[in-house]
Design a protein around this ligand. Structure first.
Ligand code: FAD
Ligand code: NAP
Length: 534
């Protein structure tokens, strides 16, 4: 079968891939998007568990590139549900007429470089080939879900679900004994809702987590109007900010204010809801004593809503500083453990030994179950890329090149893999920022780079080995000045057995990162080799 030929292949049709298609197409490039799922949406297509919502405010967690889109669409809640976000993505897809260039139900299995022409041949699981001048991996930082290999899992006679592959028709837990394994953001969002339905809910917790009430509310017409009237400024500030949202923290350090002012500042952030609490003061994630202050405030608030002090002891983290794993955003999570039909089981104290036909065996007890829900997370940042045979110069596989940790320059390109770009992957702020704006920033940078190559008669762009080494050193140095390495987080790959322990993200802030990428481009793509046709 002859290969289809396009300028750009984009892999993935979530927030990043959809914008990439629109942007490249408007630039006059031919584009083909491959998406393994039957529909658009990525994260928001798959993660349909009850309670799934964004934890960045809806009005910010949405495309900024078109004022028409942001004026026309109206979010109904502070934190949109998965259903509303998926509806939004479908609306954008239709409005921009994106579907005609997306091949659904089709997984990319390999991408192989022809070193002579610098063209990539992309093969899909229907055995079709497409050649492209550029490949853009918009495969998702959190799209490769993990189910731990518990001994005997395949023998379990009841139902099993993963939060990231939730059945589209929903699940009814009424009258059932349900286990949830995992207390990250997905577990913490869904557990209160499961508890309302299940006859009994058993929460298997390995590491307790910090969570802040979302304070979710419907958006009033006045609030929506205010945001729409000030969107340009809101977006401008977001692109300059540390995390891609319009809330700029104080520059005052934790101990430069009185105790009363400190409490007030924490209280204000607590009321704002969610992840922004970790940035109340700028030294909170770099200075242990400052972090302890934030943690003390948090603990006081949380202890106050848990009835049983022994249960509270189990639910309050004591092994990592607050904010060094993503702070979760909840609605009545800690209060759920006051319910008579909810039991917390610490698998640190009593590990899961096996699963059998009727339930879970810990080191101390057998728990009879009808349902097991895995809220056990993802092989983050590298998982989806590692599943594709990406073959660069000298026949080297990307996953071999990354065996000791992901290599990249700016998170965008790797030496040995010319004309291959990754969106919001390792080496970028990625999951530390509002990922919608981050994807836009990445795609814009890639589109500009392609335009630059085309205008100046180049056929290739490739990070130099030096630039990659310097960037990796920069990521490490920056991480080492923070408290992040103290947590066994998925930012470090610590949740996947055997994954190299490397801090994979740029921690210097979204705005600072955007500045660096802009400087690199302005300097004629400093750190990249620009390649002429032979
Ligand atoms: P994805 O949405 O993951 O899309 C990637 C797509 O690529 C998928 O559809 C996948 O099927 C496809 N794909 C992968 N490999 C292949 C292949 N080989 N062949 C073909 N197709 C492939 N971020 C925030 O900033 N704020 C939030 O509030 C927030 N909430 C989240 C809530 C949940 C439950 C989860 C899991 C993540 C959340 N995130 C949040 C992170 C979220 O992943 C990003 O915000 C964003 O949706 C990612 O978009 P994406 O297009 O980069 O990737
Ligand atoms: P996660 O944060 O990695 O949480 C997975 C949970 O499963 C952790 O509690 C983990 O324990 C536990 N676990 C994993 N393997 C286990 C095992 N073998 N035995 C027992 N417990 C095990 O995954 P997630 O909750 O899906 O969230 C991932 C990321 O997606 C979030 O950090 C966030 O960026 C995004 N997200 C956002 C939202 C939102 O609010 N908008 C919602 C969901 C997801 P350990 O901590 O000990 O590893």
């Amino acid at each position: 079968m002859s290969a289809r030929v396009v300028d750009v292949v984009v892999v993935g049709a979530g927030f990043a891939g959809l914008y990439a298609l629109h942007k490249f197409r408007n630039q006059g490039l031919s584009v083909r998007v491959f998406e393994a799922a039957p529909e658009v949406g990525g994260t928001w297509y798959f993660n349909r568990y009850p309670g799934a919502r964004c934890d960045v405010e809806s009005v910010d967690y949405s495309y900024s590139f078109s004022d028409e889109l942001q004026q026309e669409w109206t979010w109904t809640e502070k934190y949109a549900t998965q259903t509303e976000i998926l509806a939004y993505l479908n609306w954008v897809t239709d409005k921009l007429d994106l579907r005609r260039d997306i091949t659904f139900n089709t997984r990319v299995t390999s991408a192989v470089l022809d070193e002579a022409t610098l063209r990539w041949t992309v093969t899909t699981d229907d055995d079709r080939m497409t050649t492209a001048r550029f490949v853009v991996m918009a495969t998702g930082a959190l799209s490769a879900a993990i189910t731990p290999a518990f001994d005997g899992l395949d023998r379990f006679a009841g139902e099993t679900y993963h939060t990231a592959h939730w059945p589209h028709e929903g699940v009814d837990f009424t009258g059932k004994r349900v286990a949830v394994i995992g207390t990250g953001s997905s577990g913490i969002q869904s557990i209160p809702i499961f508890a309302e339905q299940a006859e009994h809910l058993y929460v298997f917790q390995r590491t307790p987590n910090y969570s802040i009430p979302a304070g979710n509310t419907p958006l009033t017409a006045e609030q929506v109007a205010e945001v729409k009237a000030t969107y340009a400024e809101r977006r401008r500030v977001s692109f300059l900010s540390g995390g891609g949202s319009p809330y700029v923290g104080t520059t005052t350090l934790t101990f430069e204010v009185s105790e009363e002012e400190r409490r007030e500042a924490f209280e204000k952030r607590w009321r704002l809801g969610g992840v922004l609490f970790s940035k109340t003061f700028p030294d909170q994630l770099t200075d242990q004593a400052a972090n302890d202050e934030a943690r003390r405030f948090w603990e006081e608030k949380v202890r106050a809503v848990i009835d049983d002090p022994d249960v509270a002891d189990l639910l309050i983290p004591n092994d990592h500083p607050i904010g060094t794993k993503r702070i979760c955003t909840d609605s009545n999570y800690f209060q759920t453990f006051n319910r008579p039909n909810v039991t917390l089981i610490s698998v640190r104290r009593t590990p899961i030994v096996s699963i059998d036909e009727t339930g879970i065996n810990t080191s101390e007890q057998h728990v009879d179950l009808d349902v097991i829900v895995f809220a056990t997370g993802f092989d983050a940042l590298t998982g989806a890329l590692g599943k594709i045979d990406i073959v660069g110069r000298g026949g080297e596989l990307l996953r071999d090149d990354w065996a000791d940790g992901p290599r990249s320059y700016l998170g965008l390109g790797d030496d040995g893999f010319p004309n291959l770009f990754v969106v919001t992957g390792p080496g970028a702020p990625a999951v530390l920022a509002n990922m919608v704006l981050h994807a836009e920033a990445h795609v814009d940078w890639i589109a500009d780079a392609i335009a630059f190559l085309d205008t100046h008669g180049f056929v290739g762009i490739e990070a130099t080995p030096d630039a990659v080494e310097h960037w990796l050193a920069e990521l490490n140095q920056r991480a080492a000045t923070t408290l992040f390495p103290k947590a066994n987080s998925w930012y470090l790959g610590a949740n996947v057995p055997g994954k190299p322990r490397v801090f994979m993200l740029f921690i210097g802030g979204f705005g600072a990162y955007n500045d660096i990428c802009a400087e690199v481009a302005a300097a004629g793509y400093k750190g990249f080799d620009l390649i002429k046709a032979p």
